[in-house]
Design a protein. Sequence first.
Length: 349
Amino acid sequence: MDNTYENTGTSGFENTGNVNPGSKPTGSAAAHTDRYLNRMSATFAALAKLLEGLGAAALIGLILYPAWKSAGSLAKLPAALQEYIDAIMSLPDLLSGTAAAGSMLIFSVAWGIFVLLGIAVFMIILALIDGFASVSLRFTGKGAGVIRKIHLIYAIEAGLYLVYTVVDFIYYHFFVKDAAVQTLSAAGQAANAAAGAAGNTAAGSALQSAGAAASATASFAEAITPNVIMATIVTIIILLIEVCYHKDIAKAMTTVEYETENGLVDPEFKKTHLSGLSFLLGLPWLFPAILCVLVLVGGIQGAVTNTPITADGKVTSAILLYLFTAWILIFVLKQFAICFCYRNMKRAR
């Protein structure tokens, strides 16, 4: 795809003097923006980004559909959403009377879910703007500045979440886990001792069950520690790739903005690892994409996809699965298309 280039001249950019002086030094060579914008890969990447944003918005809409139905009207929707939020924020009560440190951990998770939901909505809005700007850039040559700003926001967001991941792991591993394990172990021993004193009674049986549960929870917290460490390392690596990826897109859009506005080659263009990073982000999603397709076309389709999600049955797991499959396929192909887009930009030098 996009392996050949026609000798198309300068695409109307014949001005070889200094244009818009003051922002950065200008070169004398005409920019060949058609060699990386007027390509099949650029067309697919732009349309895929738009469909990706629309699909994510539709998926969130379907997830919030139960709240909409229970509200009955737009005016009552905030109250219905508040019930969902209250349910999340009541999670610390599950550990009432046990480890205070454990309650703090669950409370942190609850707030984390709440914050992530807000970030998800904000990111979907940005994805929609990014999609429309990408289509505009492909077909009108305008929108690179908007895309650059959005991906700078993405890079900052990924960087902040990277910091949050590291801080949260340090807080959990060095302050919460040990205190929670010690408290739960002590609670288990105390409950077992009380059960022995109570003898073969209903109270003794209840205390014995509570002691076993507390001890099992403490053992589980210790057992999953290596998994938590490994998951944290993988998350940090992914977020580092995300930060570099969005930063490199912002750099590329700086060049595109300059060359589309001035008609001259950007003298400050420096190659990045955008093609490789984009490929790395798309590659892991190939397996789940293939798996979703197999589920949809395989013999287990009926058992998986006909389950109703809402009481009236209008939204089923089939709708969510089709949407998710389409979204993930579009995402993978978009990432690979971006590889070709950036390669074309480098060749246009």
